[in-house]
Design a protein around this ligand. Structure first.
Ligand SMILES: [Zn+2]
Length: 251
């Protein structure tokens, strides 16, 4: 690789690619040094360009980029493949990887969290490659870890009302960013909370160690909807904008 003094090198994960002009691509990349960046890959779609095979969604690359100080855009100088993460991945796990990307694309990621969140999504992707069933629970566990890094964690151990450690949650309480237990529930809460099933409560309480149970549990569609809804509501509350998970409709 040629590296002149204005070039920068970073690791990056391709989130999205969009055709641009006749032979170029605009890449949305999450990099461990600069966070989410837009990169123009000039002429990359020309037949003889040897780099085109590298540019696939979820490929992890080592990138040499160039940027004029006043520009928002990075220009791709060269790239080498670290890992093609979608290679040989089961469809459902592919969908879950895309769901992780979908959340990151909607987040505003502070500079101090670039490296942690980069490592987190790579670990999440690597973990999913080994998962046979119930990968959705790994997605939820991943979101909990993302929340911790961003300082917006949901407490899955304690009731937000009595503050005791519980595993019999009755409902999710969005304004308090947590759950209330069955013992604390009063009908007066009804307009602030959404009730969850026993199955949802059990999965939530065990999320941190769920990896060990994946092949022993079944997760109903109702629970999947409830937990996705809880996490999306939490994100929307924290960032004051609507979050969505369109990719999971394919799950
Ligand atoms: Zn309680």
């Amino acid at each position: 690789m040629n590296k002149s003094y204005r070039d920068v090198i970073t690791k990056g994960l391709i989130f999205k690619k969009i055709p641009f002009k006749e032979s170029s691509l605009i890449l949305e990349i999450f990099s461990n040094r600069f966070g989410k960046i837009s990169v123009i890959a000039k002429g990359i779609r020309k037949e003889k360009n040897k780099n085109i095979g590298l540019i696939e969604v979820l490929n992890e690359l080592e990138l040499v980029l160039y940027k004029k100080p006043e520009s928002q855009w990075y220009i791709l100088k060269s790239a080498s493949l670290i890992k093609p993460h979608l290679f040989n991945v089961k469809f459902q796990n592919n969908v879950l990887m895309q769901a992780g990307i979908e959340i990151y694309r909607q987040l505003k990621i502070p500079k101090e969290d670039y490296i942690l969140l980069y490592d987190l999504i790579i670990k999440y992707i690597e973990y999913l490659k080994k998962v046979d069933s119930n990968g959705i629970a790994i997605f939820w566990r991943f979101l909990l870890k993302v929340f911790i890094v961003l300082g917006i964690n949901i407490d899955i151990k304690k009731c937000v009302h009595c503050n005791h450690e519980k595993n019999n949650f009755f409902a999710y309480y969005p304004h308090k960013h947590g759950f209330i237990c069955s013992d604390c529930y009063l009908p007066v809460f009804d307009s602030f909370i959404f009730k969850i099933s026993e199955e949802t409560s059990e999965i939530i309480s065990n999320l941190n160690k769920i990896g060990a149970f994946l092949d022993k549990i079944t997760i109903s569609e109702k629970t999947i909807n409830q937990i996705n809804n809880i996490f999306l509501t939490h994100l929307s509350e924290q960032f004051n904008k609507k979050f969505y998970l369109n990719t999971l409709e394919m799950y």
